[in-house]
Design a protein around this ligand. Structure first.
Ligand code: SF4
Ligand code: FE
Length: 485
């Protein structure tokens, strides 16, 4: 699809979306939602442009046809590297979360996991999922890869919760399919997706097998509805003529609480049904891919933030100060470190039994662990350079006002020769990225998206191969085990 076809395809969906307690008639044109749609549309637009075709498209391993890379099953480490580069590019172009990666990461995780389930259990999930992938590729769909359950009381397993719906689960198995109930929380791009592709949220025990479920449904399926997530400063987008104060008036991201109220799923869209031993594998693989993803998207957004901070310094007349130069260097160093991790875990990837490629899991977890920290430091430095005016500056309406506007223009002036409005625009962009709507994607999502920091530390511990490291040290130090008796 091209950009316009994508937007037209969303208009055809009969989504049930709630925002501020009301059903939204037309999510596509809603001023608070639309910027997030524009970000996803960019994944279609760039794929049409000659200079980006190598990054944005790939040859399908299933049909041999050209597909958008967001619908691709990675066939090599080169594909994995290109994925990260594509994400950095999109971060640079949108300065926000462009949402489509969750589907791509789910495709690759489910493709390889279903292959291994079938090999062990004699099921036919992989065949079904391969057919589903052909459907996705053929129609160039955006798919919400959905993992995170609300989880209720964290000290209790899914089946021990007071409310059995705190984890999405199978309530009925029928001849023609299954019926599911529950919710997926903070679903990136849910309203801009044609389909929801569900995975379990964690490894399961046998007693929790009704919660070990993976399936796909159209996003307007009977029983599915969404409640839009608030973002800091979101209603600025609703103000008449919203422009400067929004910081990034064209692009954004969104998350929603997606509810599944007894939703029927036909068998050909079920990819895991109670094989609880494989829930952990699916989760781990999806998380690994999405932890790799952050080495791309967050660095692209970081590029914009570093650029904005450097502009703010220019516009303040402070660009030549040594401490400012050093702060920009530090921001660049941190940002490129994240990118290096994204590239490294891709270059060190390997082939799965199903034939697609997965990342080096240890390095992907190191990547995301750094992402839980560095964007915060980059944001801190950007705020330092921007100055307090970023958060105390009068509104665009005052700037445009006949009476007080000239005063705003006069007293918000920075370096000689720089227009006040340009200075305001750059400061609002920094505000948007560090404290406003985009801070969801750049800051808090850096912490919690693709798993909170502790989730990565568990994976790092598991893969650190400490015993082998001890042996290395023993050998160099000439340790004699016999002396330890
Ligand atoms: Fe893609 Fe990054 Fe958004 Fe995840 S947070 S969907 S990787 S842009
Ligand atoms: Fe994310």
């Amino acid at each position: 699809m091209n950009k316009d076809q994508y937007i037209a395809s969303l208009r055809k969906l009969n989504l049930k979306v709630y925002l501020f307690g009301e059903l939204v008639e037309n999510p596509v044109d809603h001023p608070m939602i639309r910027p997030s749609l524009n970000s996803v549309a960019m994944t279609y637009e760039l794929a049409e442009q000659e200079e980006y075709k190598d990054l944005m498209t790939a040859t399908s391993s299933l049909t041999g046809k050209t597909v958008n890379r967001f619908c691709h099953l990675h066939q090599s480490t080169e594909d994995l590297v290109k994925k990260v580069k594509m994400q950095r590019l999109l971060g640079q172009k949108t300065a926000s979360c462009f949402q489509r990666c969750v589907g791509m990461d789910a495709f690759n995780a489910i493709f390889s996991t279903t292959f291994e389930i079938d090999a062990k259990c004699g099921t036919e999930y992989h065949k079904r999922f391969t057919e589903y992938m052909k459907f996705v590729q053929e129609n160039d769909l955006t798919v919400d890869g959905a993992m995170t359950d609300p989880k209720g009381d964290r000290s209790l397993s899914p089946s021990k919760q007071e409310d059995p719906d705190m984890y999405l689960h199978i309530v009925e198995e029928r001849k023609d399919g299954i019926v599911v109930r529950g919710a997926k929380a903070h679903q990136t791009g849910a309203l801009n997706s044609h389909e929801h592709l569900i995975m379990p949220t964690q490894a399961m025990k046998e007693e929790d097998k009704a919660y070990a479920v993976s399936f796909a449904v159209p996003s307007d399926a009977e029983g599915v509805f969404m409640i839009y997530g608030r973002q800091s400063c979101d209603t600025r987008k609703m103000e008449a003529g919203a422009d400067i104060d929004v910081g990034n008036s064209e692009f954004g991201g969104h998350e929603a609480l997606v509810i599944f109220e007894d939703v029927f799923v036909p068998w050909n869209r079920v990819f895991l049904c109670k094989e609880w031993e494989f829930a952990g594998m699916m989760v781990e693989r999806f998380a690994g891919y999405h932890r790799q993803s952050y080495g791309g998207c967050k660095t692209g957004v970081g590029d914009v933030l570093i650029g904005a901070a450097a502009l703010a310094a220019d516009y303040n007349g402070a660009a030549k100060a040594n401490h400012i130069k050093d702060k920009i260097i530090e921001m660049t160093h941190l940002n490129e470190t994240l990118y290096a991790c994204g590239i490294a875990c891709s270059a060190e990837g390997c082939k799965t039994k199903a034939g697609n490629y997965q990342i080096d899991n240890l390095l992907a977890n190191v990547c995301k662990q750094n992402v839980t920290r560095y964007p915060y430091e980059i944001a801190r430095l950007a705020e330092d350079i921007a100055g307090g005016i970023m958060v105390t500056m009068p509104s665009e309406a005052d700037y445009r006002d006949k009476k007080v506007g000239p005063y705003v223009k006069k007293y918000l002036r920075g370096a000689v020769g720089v227009g006040t409005e340009n200075r305001m625009r750059v400061l609002r962009l920094i505000e948007n990225l560090t404290l406003g709507t985009a801070a969801v994607g750049y800051r808090t999502e850096s912490m919690h998206g693709a798993g909170s920091p502790q989730a990565q530390r568990i994976m790092i511990a598991r893969q650190s191969n400490l015993e082998a490291k001890k042996l290395l040290a023993k050998k160099i130090a000439k340790v004699k085990d016999s002396e330890n008796k």
